[in-house]
Structures are given as C-alpha cells and as structure tokens.
Design a protein around this ligand. Structure first.
Ligand SMILES: Cc1cc2nc3c(=O)[nH]c(=O)nc-3n(C[C@H](O)[C@H](O)[C@H](O)COP(=O)(O)O)c2cc1C
Length: 399
C-alpha cells in the first residue's frame, strides 16, 4: 500500500532509505512562475541537517539538494519538481545485529511484519532521514506562498524539553530568537536549561522527550473541507506523519478538558473593516473544521529518541534466542531541536495545499492569467527579447 504521498493538489511523493544511495521527492501541483533556486531550499535543509551541534547526531551529511526537473531559467514551469539529496555518510555495519533481532521501539519489527523484508541499514525507510525530503518540499511551498498575494508566515520553536518549559513568548520572539540557540527555543533562559537537560541525558547514555509550539499567521478564513478533509484533520495527519510524534493539539488543546463552555466560547465583534471577528483565539484559528483567519497555533510532542546506548533486551526471531543489545552509533539525544524545520515544512505544505484547493492561488500559474501565454514572468519568453518579439502569437496587456 502506498503511503508515500502527501497533499491533494500540492502533492509530494517521496523515496529513499537512510543508508540508500539518495533521498528524493517529486513535488507536483506547483504553479508556474515561482522563482526558485537550490540555494533557497538549501537554507532550510541546513537547519535540519545532522551534525549541527553537540545535541544532534554526528552523522556527517552535507544534505545538498539538486533540483533536476520543473524549472526553466530559475522559474517553476508548472510541471513536477524533482529533487535529490545524496546520502554520503552511511555506515550500515552497526545495524547487522538487528536484522532479525529488532531494536526496542523502532520500526524494525513492524516493517518486517508488514512487508516480510526491509532495508535495514540505519532503519531504512522508517528512519527520520526521510524528513529531509519533506523539508525540501516545504521549501518549495514556502516560496510559492511568499510570492503569492497572501502574507503567510509560519514559525515553530521548542517549548519543552524534559521538565523545562519555555516562558511565554510572542510570535515576534519566535521569529527573532528561536534560531539564535542550538535548542531552537525563543526563550533564551529556558534554552540554556533545556540544553543542560539534553546534555545530562546524553552523558547518562539516555535520551529525553520534548515539544514544539507552532503558529501560522496570515492564513485566510474559509480554508478546509469538512468533514474528512477538515483543516485540523489534515494538520493532524501532517504532524503525526513526523517520526516519533505521539501527541498533537491545536488551540487550547487538552486544557479544554477542564474548561467551561462559558469560558471557552468567543463572542463575535466587527473588525476595523466591518467583518465579523471572534473575540479571542482559544479555538486556534479553526472553527467547524475551517479556518477563521485568526492565527493557527498548536503543540506537537516527541517521545525520547529510542536509539540509546543503555543495555536493552530483545529477541531474535531467526534463532529463537533472547539477547541483550546496546544501540551504539550516531543519534540525537532529543528530537525537537532538529524537528523545528520539519514541522514548519509540513505546515507550509498543508497550508499551501488548502490555498490551492480553496482557489486562493491559481494551481496552474502564480500570475493568475490562465490561457494567456508569453507573459513577463517567463524570462526566456520571446516577449523579453526584442529580436524575437515578432515570433509570439499573442501579446498580453501589461497593466
Ligand atoms: C528530525 C528527527 C531526527 C530523529 N533522529 C533520531 C535518532 O537519532 N535516533 C532515534 O532513535 N530516533 C530518531 N528519530 C525518531 C525515529 O525516527 C523514530 O522514533 C523511529 O523511526 C520509530 O518511529 P516512531 O517513533 O514514529 O514509532 C528522529 C526523528 C526526527 C523527527
């Protein structure tokens, strides 16, 4: 069964295994006329890549992206965008003991139980190495939104590691401060304490869980397709696809359990333009499965990384033996710092998909001029070359 596609109109199809030759994806549904470069995609890939600090895995992947389809002279053509990221630092030998003796809490047993076989090096297809593809696709979605008529901004930061929680931060704090420390927390004091916690667990040969808070600003009202393609159901799919996520909530989330209706409900008021606006945003920007135009916010939790050097027990289904194992190698001691760009990427993909589905952005072309050709956004158009100017069949008014 195919579980390698995400999105309805803006759709990524991914491939690759942790220790295979390369990771890659095809992104279809990208409107023509979006300026795009490998450098732009690379900026986000560099934020996700391994080996950034002492609290990330030391696997040495350059994660260089190659765009091999869908661009002409630096602009999207509306045809599928192909992207490849080579795997350069795979060391599969350490995974041989686990071929028939599954590592605790990984996908080793479940992949084998489903397919009867699996690519076992580095966890193969179950590895979070796959998320490099999602960040590349998210970079494309981000570029489309940035060049659209909408002012959508998305940011996430680490709000908890172990028992250390970030203090209250504004969206501006998140934009300004979250990339300034290796934990990616917008509260610098909490970031230091989180770093200490991650260090402590790493030194003890252990790992620890944590959480990310996210916010999407500028998403227009009216997006979402209830019932089964409601905005929160697609958001939940996006978040729960991320490896090791075991909790997602939006709005006031689980605090709703102890909240009275009178406290939760938000009255309606008119905004400065005379449009209805809810007073407050406990609903997290979504009502009835459709966006209200208020900021969409929520939290995502990660269990601790399960590859730890402490001794653990497993069984070998081939030999019938019980075994003690230690999972040595290069692993993250805590996941949210590296997952921030992954969350942002999946949010960009989800929001853009709904913008296309909701007709806010023309799915064929960003300039919203279907049926008109040789328009100025295409730099190789004869219209831009005086010598070829007579060759084009139809000119377009440039108002
Ligand atoms: C960015 C990122 C990096 C990860 N790195 C590791 C790691 O180094 N070690 C580890 O045990 N798990 C890591 N994980 C989580 C595993 O991929 C995941 O726990 C495993 O595949 C089992 O899947 P599940 O936890 O969703 O059941 C990472 C997850 C993300 C999002």
């Amino acid at each position: 069964m195919n579980g390698n596609e995400f999105g309805r109109l803006f759709r990524m199809t991914t491939y690759g295994e942790s220790h295979g030759e390369a990771m890659g994806c095809t992104v279809s549904g990208v409107p023509a006329g979006v300026e795009l470069s490998e450098e732009e995609i690379q900026t986000d890939l560099d934020r996700r890549k391994p080996g950034q600090s002492m609290i990330t895995t030391s696997r040495g992947e350059p994660d260089k992206v190659k765009i091999n389809s869908g661009l002409q002279d630096g602009y999207t053509t509306g045809t599928p965008i192909g992207m490849v990221i080579q795997n350069k630092d795979a060391r599969s030998g350490k995974y041989e003991p686990f071929i028939t003796a599954p590592r605790p809490s990984h996908g080793d047993y479940t992949y084998s139980a489903k397919f009867g076989t699996r690519n076992w090096g580095g966890g193969g297809r179950s590895s979070a190495r796959e998320t490099v593809n999602w960040v590349a696709a998210g970079g494309v979605a981000k570029a489309v939104l940035a060049q659209s008529d909408y002012d959508v901004t998305i940011k996430a930061h680490v709000c908890q590691i172990g028992d250390v929680e970030a203090g209250p931060v504004t969206f501006e704090d998140m934009l300004e401060h979250s990339e300034a420390n290796e934990v990616r927390c917008a509260d610098p004091d909490a970031a230091e304490k989180m770093r200490d916690v991650a260090d402590r667990y790493q030194k003890e040969g252990d790992s620890i869980g944590g959480a990310i808070y996210f916010e999407c600003r500028g998403v227009p009202p009216g997006l979402g397709a209830p019932r089964f393609d409601s905005f929160p159901s697609r958001l939940a799919q996006a978040m729960y696809s991320i490896p090791a996520v075991n909790d997602f909530e939006y709005g006031i989330g689980r605090a709703a359990r102890t909240t009275a209706g009178s406290e939760y409900n938000e009255d309606w008021e008119f905004d400065a333009d005379g449009d209805p606006v809810p007073v407050g945003n406990d609903h997290g920007g979504i009502q009835g499965g459709i966006t209200t135009g208020q900021p969409i916010y929520g939290e995502v939790s990660w269990h601790p990384p399960v590859s730890i050097p402490k001794t653990q027990e497993t069984v070998d289904w081939e030999t019938g033996e019980r075994k003690e194992i230690t999972v040595t190698g290069r692993h993250d001691p805590v996941l949210p710092p590296r997952a921030v760009p992954v969350v942002e990427a999946m949010l960009y993909c989800t929001v853009l998909d709904f913008m296309l589905l909701g007709g806010r952005i023309n799915p064929d072309r960003l300039d919203d001029r279907p049926g008109e050709y040789d328009t100025a956004y295409h730099p190789s158009s004869p219209q831009n070359d005086p010598e070829d100017a007579g060759t084009h069949a139809k000119t377009v008014d440039e108002d």
